[in-house]
Design a protein around this ligand. Structure first.
Ligand code: ZN
Length: 306
């Protein structure tokens, strides 16, 4: 559309004569440009101001977030320090436990477990922005790695110690350690004069004098390997305890177990009698270790009598 010159009529209310103004095309164009330009300027200012407001709010929120996270890092540092001290205490107790379990102590180098890898890329990035925060953060990260390794080491070491104790417990339950019958020792282990033949002989057990029919009990866990009448020994019972240990009970009146039967320490295995060659009712008790007769008194701990 082609712009033409305009004529503007101004008619005052209290006058009869109108005023006429001629407005050129140039002025109309200028006015239109001025109005459009102002509208664009106002829009720009409004938009830019709201954007600035948005950035400022975001900045404030990020600052708050950062402050809260830094405070939390401080709390976590405190907790990690406490955990470090508790885990070091556990490590010391673990050492004592190993000692009780008959295991060697973990040496310093093993206890100071190696440090794990770090996230170098992220670390470098944060180091550029905030060196001290980066050091704190990654220092704690490394410390947590160390603590994880220490707890894993303690766990492994405890499992080893428990297994060692269980194995000694089993070994201990198979170790002859109590008197197999109530009575008094009428003949000791070693060289002696034979009570019947009166010749010097080696007594490969002890004689426990007691009334016929007194119970004979297993001095440790094991398996019955012999129930038989033997020359001189009379009715004899033998128990294999494993670990090279075997016990034998002679002159019995009655066996209460069968070959192959498993017995526990304290179980009734036979009754005292005077079968075989003997002067009276007594239990002839022998202990063998790796096929060698040993003094049974060494296998009666703390004079334990049932
Ligand atoms: Zn004897």
């Amino acid at each position: 559309m082609r712009l033409k010159d305009w004529t503007v009529l101004v008619i005052p209310h209290d006058e009869f004569q109108a005023h006429r103004f001629k407005v050129s095309r140039f002025i109309i164009l200028s006015l239109m440009l001025l109005v459009l330009g102002s509208a664009a300027g106002v829009s720009y200012l409004v938009l830019s101001s709201s954007r600035k407001n948005f950035d400022y709010l975001r900045y404030i929120n990020l600052q708050r977030e950062n402050r809260i996270l830094t405070q939390k890092l401080g709390d976590v540092e405190g907790k990690i320090e406490k955990m470090d001290s508790q885990i070091n205490g556990l490590m010391e107790e673990n050492q004592q436990f190993r000692s009780v379990a008959g295991l060697g102590l973990l040496d310093e180098e093993i206890r100071e477990v190696g440090v794990g890898g770090t996230f170098m890329g992220a670390r470098e990035e944060l180091l550029e922005i905030n060196t001290s925060l980066a050091r704190r953060l990654y220092g704690q990260d490394e410390q947590v790695d160390v603590l994880l390794r220490k707890t894993a080491l303690i766990q492994q070491s405890l499992e080893e110690a428990i297994s060692s104790i269980e194995s000694s417990k089993e070994k201990w339950s198979c170790y002859p350690s109590i008197m197999p019958a109530k009575g008094y020792i009428s003949s000791h282990f070693g060289k002696r004069s034979h009570p019947i033949y009166h010749v010097s002989q080696y007594h490969n057990g002890i004689d426990i004098s007691c009334a016929a029919g007194e119970p004979i009990i297993a001095p440790a866990d094991g398996k019955v390997v012999l129930v038989k009448r033997q020359i001189g020994y009379g009715l004899t019972v033998a128990v294999d305890h494993g670990y090279g240990l075997l016990t034998r009970f002679a002159h019995c009146s009655k066996a209460e177990v069968k070959v192959g039967q498993r017995v526990k320490r304290g179980d009734l295995i036979a009754l005292v009698g005077q079968s075989g060659i003997t002067t009276g009712p007594n239990l002839h008790y022998e202990v063998y270790l790796d096929g060698q007769a040993r003094d049974p008194m060494k296998f009666i701990l703390d004079n334990h009598v049932p």
